[in-house]
Ligand binder design. Structure first.
Ligand code: NAD
Length: 341
């Protein structure tokens, strides 16, 4: 008799809708039968309530040991208060590649069928470096230092071309603003050109960020893999999510050298927290990416099929997908688990 290996995964419930959608994702993963030991640790507001620190040592220690985490969204105060725990975790573990797929599913009402866009976002530099300050006590102006290093730009472009090769994508679009930010964005564009020359089997295309926004809403099927810098990637991946039915369908993975963290693209959605209204599919799809990362392809396929079947049936959908729906997070989760079972 062969005993299946058990995985140990850091589980971060997060804030707002986080605990309910992580609970959903855990139920769905467990339904596949993959043996996982979940180590639950808090971050963000929940961690502040527990011990005063939004990013406590036990969180960092757990991720460092387990090398893999499934994370609910974490609230970041706007304009004041503690810095983003999400950004801190990406920096701490050098999670340099943020991969965010957006797919049109049958059964989801959108203007755009046939979309399959993967945004590969540089995750550690750009204006997210967070080096900012007010110029005087009156806060009459603020300045910031944004950094794009050549090694990080080459690394993210290579990651995108490797990803495209491995997953059978035909084209990579490098998105920049080097017409205006000739040096800052130019370093990215030069790196894109250098790396694309090493992958002649993949079509490489250069586009300016503003033009891409317009083209994405007019002809999203023209895009395949997009690679870009930190802020542009953050914005474009939300735009892409909107094209296929909203943030409730947008998973994300953060990859480092030998460590990965999986999450939803969206935030903690405080407006719907505690109401059983949150769509859990973004985190369920992130857990599918986690299983692929672990090499559990049968289990990830089971989740993929369950998501497609439940969306196609169109009954147990949350109100973001089906306005006026009487079904919520728990009903959609139950439908997925039953489908897998
Ligand atoms: P948000 O993504 O939380 O919500 C935007 C809108 O989308 C809201 O109307 C919300 O109800 C809806 N929405 C989001 N997820 C949904 C889901 N699963 N099902 C149904 N509807 C959903 O953005 P926000 O309100 O600007 O941010 C709230 C907090 O989350 C902020 O503190 C922000 O900093 C943080 N945030 C965290 C992450 C992360 O943890 N990775 C990402 C983005 C924002």
């Amino acid at each position: 008799m062969s005993l299946k290996r058990s995985y140990r995964v850091t589980l971060i419930p997060g804030d707002g809708i986080g605990p309910s959608i992580t609970e959903s994702a855990v139920s769905v993963v467990e339904a596949t039968g993959v043996p996982i030991e979940w180590e639950t640790v808090q971050a963000g507001m929940a961690a502040i309530a527990a011990g005063g620190d939004p990013c406590p040592d036990e969180l960092l220690e757990s991720i460092r040991l387990n090398r893999i985490a499934l994370k609910g969204p974490i609230t970041t105060p706007i304009g004041e208060g503690f810095r983003s725990v999400n950004v801190a975790l990406r920096k701490e573990f050098e999670l340099f590649a943020n991969v965010r797929p957006c797919v049109s599913y049958e059964g989801v009402k959108t203007c755009w069928p046939g979309v399959n866009i993967v945004t590969v976002r540089e995750n550690t530099e750009g204006i997210y470096a967070g080096k900012e300050m007010y110029v005087d006590r009156e806060r009459s102006a603020a300045v910031m230092l944004a950094v794009n290093t050549r090694p990080a730009m080459v690394r993210i472009c290579r990651y995108a071309f490797e990803y495209a090769t491995k997953h059978g994508h035909k084209k990579v679009t490098g998105v920049h603003k080097a017409n205006i930010l000739k040096m800052f964005s130019g370093v990215f564009l030069e790196s894109f050109r250098q790396v694309s020359a090493e992958y002649p089997h993949i079509k490489a295309e250069e586009r300016v960020i503003d033009a891409v926004c317009m083209q994405l809403v007019r002809q999203p099927q023209d895009f395949d893999v997009i690679v870009t810098t930190n802020l542009f990637g953050d914005i474009l991946s939300d735009l892409a999510a909107g094209l296929v039915g909203g943030l409730g369908l947008a998973p994300g993975a953060n990859y480092g050298h030998d460590l990965a963290m999986f999450e939803a693209v969206h935030g903690s959605a405080p407006d719907i927290a505690g109401k059983n209204l949150a769509n859990p599919l973004s985190l369920v799809l992130a857990s599918k990416m986690m299983l692929e990362h672990l090499g559990e392809n049968t289990a990830s396929g089971m989740i993929d099929q369950a998501v497609r079947a439940v969306l196609k049936e169109g009954k147990y959908l949350t109100p973001d997908l089906l306005p006026g729906s009487k079904y919520g997070t728990t009903d959609l989760t139950k439908a997925l688990v039953e489908h897998i079972g």
